[in-house]
Design a protein around this ligand. Structure first.
Ligand SMILES: C[S@@+](CC[C@H](N)C(=O)[O-])C[C@H]1O[C@@H](n2cnc3c(N)ncnc32)[C@H](O)[C@@H]1O
Ligand code: SF4
Length: 504
């Protein structure tokens, strides 16, 4: 068992649960699974100096026989105004070949530090990974297979856009040959006028039809479609039309993303979107998707048409259910062990220079590394679990050596008493067992899960399980005056933007 770091004094406080819940609801635009919200502030006491990066990483990964892997590919033809991810500008779009070589170099560096490891999931995300040549993706997959062994039976997952899937069927076919089995495509919304306001290609529903046709022709039978809601200028009727169209396309999975405004080009619009709007939109989506034969449990954003299949990639499923450690490589990528979290360079400036230069010196391209106390690692695991709207109690106990109720007695009592959560036998846990039967047993499916009421108070409920320093950040934060949403503000300096590691 890990020797835990000592918590900071801010993480030893006990705060009022009612106040925490209300602060999460009040700050509903940021109190979500993207824990810890503002790591440069809340995790400051746990920062590790650059000279100790390699030693700390090597120690942290040393006891982990299995990890999940995420490769970030930060290229996109142009940047959508709503996008929160690490994406490079137009001036760097010609650097795909060099970038993919650097990615392999980073992989080699980790492999020399970690030694042989088994992968329990592998996602290629972005940005738009399908922006680069299929042969570069294939070469990268081969490098991964040279360094790591892949657990039997899981498919690699990749992201694409409708434009690429519609215009380059050959590329999609080559993915199958490379071993990719799940493909995820962002549609977001179908209205050309809304897409235009959002700075995104609007090439009509014919393009969407062709994209899906090409994906099916390439024999993909695990297609996910991303849709987005919570935009300032998105009427209920337009959201309904988007949902109807997505259902008609008949993907196996549909993932609903509520717009997160922080550090996006349209962050100033957050104040125009209140909780009522997102709750009504989310309810409508659930009703329509359920009637169309998709399932999810309360609070879970990925809807699946296949029984006993969570709809998410093996990489994400293992992270959400099991709290599995993961290695993230590429610009701005994030890695998590049982005691550390690191963020790669490049997320803030969103340019490739620091990433290339670190690898040029054979150094790990890490920008921030934190050695965390148990209370923060637990909070991270629970926050990620909320992606499925529930915490798997057995995995929690296995990871931390204590029962969930022992760690969070008062918060659990508050959640149960207020009808926000309930004990369940999760469908998600069952599926996981079926996919990978040598690791997971039936006992793993006992969960503490969001109720419908809890799902509609998602932002307050999740905050009950944050560590005290992060709860205090929320309690002190006034969303009407807060400056941490915008790119050019002081707090934004070191708040790393996301890579789609946290769900797609
Ligand atoms: C990394 S993107 C990859 C998909 C691909 N590049 C595309 O746009 O079609 C994964 C998904 O994140 C979602 N997303 C992007 N920006 C977001 C934001 N600010 N808040 C919530 N979801 C967001 C979108 O639904 C997008 O499809
Ligand atoms: S939403 Fe997708 S295509 Fe648009 S900028 Fe973000 S990663 Fe690129």
């Amino acid at each position: 068992m890990t020797d835990w770091e000592k918590p900071s004094s801010a993480d030893e406080k006990k705060l009022c649960l009612q106040e925490i819940f209300e602060s999460g609801q009040r700050n509903h635009h940021i109190s979500n699974t993207a824990y810890p919200i503002a790591h440069s502030q809340t995790w400051k006491p746990y920062r590790i100096g650059k000279q100790k990066y390699e030693q700390t990483i090597s120690g942290a990964f040393s006891e982990l026989p299995q990890i999940a892997l995420y490769s970030h590919i930060p290229f996109c033809e142009s940047r959508c105004y709503f996008c929160e991810y690490t994406v490079v500008g137009k001036s760097e779009l010609h650097l795909t070949e060099r970038y993919m070589q650097s990615l392999d170099q980073e992989l080699a560096l980790y492999s020399s530090i970690l030694g042989p490891r088994e992968l329990i999931g592998f996602d290629i995300g972005g940005g738009t990974p399908s922006f680069v040549d299929a042969r570069l993706i294939d070469r990268h997959i081969q490098s991964v297979q040279n360094y790591f062994s892949l657990t039997e039976g899981f498919g690699i997952s990749i992201e694409t856009t409708p434009k690429i899937a519609a215009s380059d069927p050959q590329k999609i076919r080559e993915y199958q040959a490379s071993g990719i089995r799940r493909i995820s495509m962002g549609i977001q919304v179908t209205q050309p006028d809304l897409l235009k306001i959002l700075g995104r290609d609007a090439n009509g529903t014919e393009q969407l039809d062709r994209a899906v046709e090409n994906i099916r022709d390439a024999q993909f039978d695990r297609l996910n479609i991303d849709l987005m809601y919570g935009f300032a200028k998105q009427s209920l009727a337009s959201w309904e039309a988007t949902l109807k169209y997505a259902i008609k396309l008949n993907p196996e999975y549909i993932t609903l993303y509520r717009m997160r405004y922080k550090l996006t080009r349209i962050s100033d619009q957050a104040s125009q979107v209140d909780l009522d709007q997102v709750i009504v939109q989310s309810r409508m989506a659930k009703e329509m998707l359920t009637s169309a034969g998709y399932w999810s449990n309360p609070g879970k954003n990925t809807f699946s048409k296949i029984a006993n299949d969570t709809g998410t990639s093996a990489y994400l499923t293992s992270r959400v259910i099991q709290g599995s450690p993961y290695l993230g490589i590429g610009l701005g990528a994030q890695s998590f062990t049982n005691c550390t979290i690191s963020y790669n360079s490049g997320a803030i400036g969103k340019n490739l220079a620091p990433y290339f230069s670190a690898l040029g010196c054979s150094e790990l391209p890490i920008q921030d590394l934190y050695l965390l106390p148990r209370i923060q690692v637990m909070a991270k695991m629970v926050a990620v679990s909320f992606y499925f709207g529930e915490v798997n109690l057995s995995y929690f106990q296995a990871k931390f050596g204590i029962a969930f109720e022992e760690a969070y007695g008062d918060a659990v009592e508050f959640a149960l008493k207020n009808g926000l959560m309930q004990y369940t036998d999760s469908k998600n846990g069952m599926e996981f067992r079926c996919n990978s039967n040598q690791h997971y047993g039936l006992h793993c499916s006992r969960c503490l899960s969001l109720t419908e009421k809890g799902a509609e108070s998602f932002n307050g409920t999740i905050a009950l399980f944050f560590a005290p320093s992060v709860q205090a950040y929320l309690i002190e934060r006034d969303p009407t005056t807060a400056e941490d949403m915008h790119m050019n503000q002081r707090f934004a300096e070191r708040i790393v933007s996301r890579s789609c590691q946290d769900g797609s």
